[in-house]
Design a binder for this molecule. Structure first.
Ligand code: AMP
Ligand code: MG
Length: 421
């Protein structure tokens, strides 16, 4: 397909085709990070994005401590690495949470995991290697003993002043635990962005109604709400709207001042039943992008005052794929995430690709994890209306434009479970 054909096809004068990378770059460059933040208790901070670096102001551990249940020993110089170990009198007992007394040379203290190493002690031998003798008053060790065995030194995990969590991190349970380990109980996180959504198409009906001839259930509403919830966005859902200019205009007007972003599905072509373009243009500005991607019809991107507008295609697979490839990184960047781009890994196609296509194609595939490299098989139907292909698939493989290949070709794989996070 060349540009001239496209101009005839969709009547977008002088509109050139964007590659996926170009479209993503344009989109990402226009994403402004929200400046609204709040301080949250650790228990409420899961899945939020950190709005400031977290710095430790203590050492962890804060003191040298024992890594084992065993015996702390003050080894004299001549006892270090001496053949046959030695015998040591026990003079103290130190449990975790208590502090022991200073240990004199050649003496031992019973010690437990996490208990502070007493002054004078320079090694810990685990209890399995110590034999209690003389009514339990002494230990005997039958191997040579080195300095600093089983001692976890102060600051082994974290040094005071370390950045333990960087701004832009999506907080996971381990991050919250790390913050707790340095005594920080509240974290500054970015506030949720507000996303207004509505759905165009007079054929759409809501669940609970009976389908009449020509009608379909609105499935896009459910994937969009689910994905936006997963992304921790605040969703304002106007539901199905009438396929008219005035209903589209009114819905946009209702959402524009209260939302950071508006997302719609359907109606972004340039047919006379497609009212999104003129309505957005009346209120603000709209670019219809022809992206060299399949599935995915024109992708609409615009702005109404300070509110960004993204118009996804109506076909369920196209809507979902373009959301995952373009809208998701955009939203993540707006939310302040530093890792906003999708990540891929390499897989081998378990199929031939005979027909060279003018657009990059995202094929729904399943992974065969038993092979090295992992192979992927494609769902037999790849139409943009085949929603079951998304349920069957583990991910999408990217097949570059104008390519043919034989089985074994190495391709980029986009895991759906990661993109759905
Ligand atoms: P459109 O982009 O409006 O031309 O719609 C393209 C195709 O997607 C049509 O077959 C629509 O019926 C279908 N479609 C549009 N919106 C939805 C939706 N919310 N849920 C499921 N299918 C839809
Ligand atoms: Mg429509």
């Amino acid at each position: 397909m060349n540009n001239q054909q496209i101009n005839c096809e969709c009547d977008i004068a002088l509109q050139s085709l964007l590659s996926i990378d170009e479209a993503l770059e344009l989109l990402i460059n226009s994403a402004k990070v929200t400046n609204s933040t709040q301080l949250l208790e650790l228990d409420d901070a899961l899945n939020k994005i950190l709005a400031a670096d977290v710095l430790a102001d203590i050492f962890v551990p804060g003191f040298d401590n024992s890594a084992m249940d065993g015996y702390a020993i003050n080894l004299k110089k001549e006892q270090i690495n001496a053949l046959g170990g030695g015998t040591f009198k026990i003079t103290d007992r130190i449990t975790a949470g208590s502090t022991g007394n200073a240990l004199a040379p050649s003496f031992a203290a019973r010690i437990f995991t996490g208990a502070p190493i007493p002054k004078g002690a320079n090694t810990v031998v685990m209890q399995e290697e110590c034999e209690l003798v003389e009514n339990g008053s002494k230990i005997e060790i039958y191997r040579s003993i080195l300095l600093n065995e089983n001692i976890r030194p102060m600051g082994n995990d974290i040094q005071s002043g370390d950045v333990i969590l960087p701004k832009g991190r999506l907080l996971q349970p381990q991050d919250i635990a790390l913050s707790a380990s340095v005594g920080i109980g509240k974290l500054e996180v970015f506030n949720r962005i507000k996303v207004g959504i509505f759905f165009t198409g007079d054929e759409l009906i809501e669940l609970g109604n009976t389908l009449k001839q020509g009608q379909i259930f609105n499935s896009n509403r459910y994937f969009l709400v689910a994905l936006l919830n997963k992304l921790d966005c605040k969703v304002i859902n106007l539901g199905n709207i009438e396929d008219t200019f005035s209903a589209t205009y009114k819905s946009l007007e209702k959402l524009k001042s209260s939302c950071d972003l508006i997302i719609t599905t359907g109606g972004v072509s340039v047919g006379e039943e497609d009212h999104v373009k003129p309505a957005v243009e009346k209120l603000g500005k709209l670019d219809l992008w022809r992206i060299k991607i399949k599935p995915g019809k024109p992708f609409a991107f615009g702005k109404i005052d300070d509110c960004i507008f993204i118009g996804l295609p109506g076909n369920p697979v196209s809507a979902m794929v373009t959301f995952l490839l373009f809208a998701r990184p955009f939203i993540k960047k707006m939310q302040g995430a530093s890792n906003y781009l999708n990540t891929t890994f390499k897989v081998a196609a378990n199929f031939d690709w005979h027909r060279s296509k003018p657009r990059c194609e995202f094929v729904r595939v399943r992974l065969d994890r038993a092979t090295t490299p992992m192979q992927v098989n494609q769902y037999p139907k790849q139409g943009s209306d085949i929603l079951s292909s998304m349920v069957w698939a583990d991910g999408l493989v990217e097949i570059p434009e104008k390519t043919t290949f034989k089985q074994g070709e190495i391709l980029n794989f986009y895991p759906l479970n990661e993109m759905m996070l």
